[in-house]
Design a protein around this ligand. Structure first.
Ligand SMILES: O=P(O)(O)O[C@H]1O[C@H](CO)[C@@H](O)[C@H]1O
Ligand SMILES: O=c1cc[nH]c(=O)[nH]1
Length: 243
């Protein structure tokens, strides 16, 4: 930090007030955040390197947009979502993540927009004293816009429910089959927390995913692909977040 500059960062994000746009894309992978900023944003500047969880602000089609890594899992994603909304005034958050397909109807590299997110996480059970099974859902306006954008760009996009799991490696693959029977398309690890925190603090949130693994077929993409080549998902998210 330059001498004389007063430190006003939040606990986990090293940005000064005003350095983060009011609309933010949220990849789990901080290097995907860097790739998105370098590939899609004009005049992108890095506002945070705290814990190497990079955040950048630039412009996309003339609109200020930020992109912030969230890390893996709901505890980590909750921290970044909470601080972006409450400490930096962010009002629109679109997660751009990878996921594992649960359904035979979904193929590797397909794009999914998540209407709602079931979860095995205990976080909402604590929030609601175990009395309510809260249903975390996407902001309808963002979801509808993303569908319009995908259609306009000619990108096929599945729209449906997903699972946000605490564990990447599961001992209960049978539950994935049951969830698929109930129409759940894919599994990832952050969306339920994002939707819940956005609802709690009156922000708008959406999750758009690219299938990086197929739970049924065992197919998977490479780490480099997960970091750098999920362009269709990012383009849908960017066109949606600036609308
Ligand atoms: O690619 P990201 O956005 O990190 O999302 C998925 O990838 C990670 C697991 O490999 C989890 O964070 C999961 O949600
Ligand atoms: O959370 C995730 C992400 C990708 N693939 C999975 O199986 N799980």
């Amino acid at each position: 930090m330059p001498p004389g500059r007063i430190e006003l960062m939040s606990t986990h994000i090293g940005a000064q007030p005003g350095e983060i746009a009011d609309r933010v894309l949220l990849p789990g992978d901080p290097l995907r955040a860097k790739w998105i900023a370098e590939t899609y944003l004009e005049d992108a500047k890095c506002y945070s390197t705290v814990r190497n969880m990079f955040g950048f602000t630039g412009t996309y089609r003339g609109v200020r947009v930020s992109v912030q890594g969230t890390g893996m899992g709901m505890p980590s994603a909750s921290i970044y979502s909470h601080e972006l909304i409450n400490d930096y005034g962010v009002n629109t958050l679109i997660r751009v993540g990878s996921c594992g397909a649960l359904s035979e109807s979904i193929k590797l590299r397909d794009v999914i927009a998540a209407i709602g997110s079931s979860t095995d996480s205990n976080m909402n059970r604590m929030r609601f004293d175990g009395l309510i099974d809260y249903a975390p859902v996407a902001d309808f306006g963002l979801l509808r816009k993303s569908v319009d954008v995908a259609e306009a760009r000619g990108i096929p996009m599945h729209v449906g429910p997903i699972l946000a799991a605490d564990a990447f490696y599961t001992d209960r693959p049978d539950l994935y089959d049951t969830l698929a029977d109930y129409g759940v398309l894919a599994v990832e690890m952050e969306s339920a927390a994002l939707y819940t925190i956005a609802a709690r603090f009156k922000a708008r949130a959406l999750t758009v995913l690219t299938v990086s693994d197929h739970i049924k077929t065992g197919e998977r993409t490479t780490a480099q692909e997960r970091e750098q080549t999920f362009g269709q998902m990012v383009e849908i998210a960017l066109d949606t977040v600036i609308a």
